[in-house]
Write a protein of this length. Structure first.
Length: 202
């Protein structure tokens, strides 16, 4: 898929379908991808322990992967993943794997590679493969924004924000700096959905 050379016409056709079509309604694959965003990225299942018992990250990730492999929509062809960005991402993954034995802390490097970066690559492939058009991109972005807003609301309700606790050092699963990065990257999406878009991404 990535290393080989798919037919140029197939790549162009898949990209044209993604770029030129708004896409149909929500389907199970897109719902699974959206759930993966709000759990693997926003980590909302850890904020609400009752949800965590159902293992939503594992279920949504496995469902999205299986549905993507089984889907026959032309815009979801695996050749749509063939791009310079994908090649660079996999090259970086390979480089990290090769250099683990030479790292200053090889154990930490290995667990970062397997436990964090490899999952990021899988998430990238699922999201890029799942979208059928621009409307699907909006839906994925809306899921990301909704996850950030929900997490921020929980923080405001459950934590004392201000005085000596303004750094929020006891956040659920998030380092305060990581949450700040998450919130900041979601802000432009909020502006887009409230000011820059003429119709809802539903």
């Amino acid at each position: 898929m990535i290393v080989g050379a798919p037919p140029a016409g197939a790549v162009r056709d898949a990209r044209a379908l993604k770029a030129g079509s708004n896409g149909p309604a929500w389907d199970f694959l897109l719902v699974s991808a959206a759930l993966l965003i709000v759990t693997a990225v926003a980590r909302l299942h850890l904020v609400f322990p009752a949800i965590s018992a159902a293992r939503p990250v594992l279920i949504s990730g496995a469902a999205a992967t299986a549905l993507l492999l089984l889907d026959r929509h032309p815009a979801r062809s695996v050749v749509a993943l063939d791009s310079t960005l994908t090649r660079l991402l996999f090259a970086f993954l390979l480089w990290m794997a090769v250099t683990v034995p030479f790292a200053l802390h090889d154990g930490r490097s290995f667990f970062f590679l397997v436990g964090t970066f490899a999952k990021t690559v899988i998430l990238y492939c699922i999201l890029v493969g799942a979208v059928r058009g621009l409307l699907d991109v909006d839906r994925i972005a809306l899921s990301y924004f909704a996850g950030a807003v929900t997490y921020a609301l929980v923080v405001l309700v459950r934590f004392e924000v201000g005085n000596g606790s303004w750094r929020l050092t006891n956040l659920y699963t998030y380092d305060p700096n990581d949450f700040a990065t998450f919130a900041v990257t979601a802000l432009p999406l909020g502006v887009y959905f409230t000011q820059g878009r003429k119709s809802p991404a539903l």
